[in-house]
Design a protein around this ligand. Structure first.
Ligand code: KG4
Ligand code: ZN
Length: 333
């Protein structure tokens, strides 16, 4: 019954989706290309582009669904975590839209939403499951007991996996965001050609800052022998970097799965679009008898469909927020 209009603006995508009675009927994503010139997202520029995009994207999402504003039951939005200025645009728009139409508001945690993206389409994981959430800002292993009962059991102590991809790409003179490009070049390379240090971190936690430094030193020493080393061996370097990051991610996931005795395993977030991670996860699953859940590409990177489905579940439980709500750059999980 409910029609949820959902807004995502935590980083550099302005996205609006519609969830009509649990089904996604629109998911419009406006990407921002302006950051490519700078090697990373510039927060001030991101919020300005969100301001330009938000109204046309809302109109398009309603149009794609064949619905009018008056048919919307509630407005869901990303409250955090993310870039404060970017969040502010989405949160302010959601509040005014809801106020003008007399609609309830639903705040959504972006990291919960990445996980709940698994409930947009079949097959849906059974509870409890473990979700490796790997994005540009986060790397977490989450024990998911229900739609709203989630517990972080491991996380990165410094850089996120997406950052490891993006920062390495920068060292290789590739534009931002470098993750998809490393993935592309890796397909033509040998992932076992070069070895990099594997971080030794306790329990189910991760660390990627030393990994990035070890790649920096590796490139510097190789360039002393041959200044064109990176250009000549780009495919093998990318494949080796990707292989290492995937191994680091999956080793801890295997430990956690064993510890909790769970074979329902999901991945989520932008890095779950990585072809090496998707392939290797499937291999591990075949060996260990896991049921794995890998989101469709459009639901891996930031999108409002995941905010809409999270909003749908919250609506069904009557979990609303009020007009005093504010964006949070960091948000309790
Ligand atoms: O979830 P997301 O869209 O935004 C955040 O919430 O951070 O994740 C973005 C991250 C970026 O670091 C990007 O480089 C990475 O996901 N990414 C990839 C791939 N596609 C996106 N990393 C590796 N391989 C990919 N195919
Ligand atoms: Zn994200």
């Amino acid at each position: 019954m409910p029609v949820i209009l959902a807004i995502e603006s935590s980083c550099d995508e302005t996205s609006v989706a519609i969830c009509n009675n649990g089904k996604i009927t629109a998911n419009v994503i406006a990407n921002q290309t302006i950051h490519q010139n700078y090697g990373g997202v510039i927060p001030e520029l991101a919020s300005r582009v969100h301001q330009q995009n938000i109204i046309p994207v809302v109109h398009q999402a309603l149009g794609d669904s064949g619905l009018s504003k008056s048919e919307v039951s509630a407005v869901a939005f990303t409250q955090g975590p993310g870039l404060l200025g970017s969040l502010l645009v989405g949160v302010s728009f959601a509040k005014s839209f809801a106020l003008a139409l007399g609609l309830p508001l639903i705040s959504v945690n972006h990291m919960h939403a990445h996980i709940l993206a698994h409930f947009i389409e079949e097959p849906r994981p059974d509870f409890p499951f473990l979700c490796l959430t790997v994005s540009g800002g986060h790397t977490q292993i989450v024990l998911v007991k229900s739609y709203f009962d989630m517990q972080i059991v491991g996380e990165t102590l410094d850089d996120a996996a997406g950052e490891a991809f993006d920062k390495t790409a920068k060292l290789l003179n590739l534009p931002y965001p470098g993750g998809p490009l490393i993935d592309k070049y890796a397909q033509q390379g040998d992932g076992r050609k070069y070895q990099f240090g594997v971080p030794q971190i306790k329990d189910f936690d991760y660390s990627f800052s030393g990994f990035k430094t070890s790649i920096l030193y590796f490139i510097r020493s190789k360039e002393q022998e041959d200044p064109d080393f990176v250009a000549k061996h780009l495919n093998d370097i990318c494949a080796s970097v990707q292989h290492s990051i995937v191994q680091i991610l999956l080793n801890k996931l295997k430990l956690a799965a064993k510890h909790f005795g769970i074979k329902e395993i999901a991945i989520a977030g932008g890095v779950s679009a990585n072809s090496g991670l998707r392939r290797e996860l499937q291999n591990v699953a075949d060996q260990l008898g896991w049921n794995v859940y890998i989101p469709a590409f459009q639901y891996c990177t930031d999108n409002a469909a995941m905010i809409a489905i999270a909003g749908h579940f919250k609506y069904m439980e009557g979990k609303f927020t009020d007009q005093r709500v504010a964006p949070l750059s960091r948000m309790e999980f």
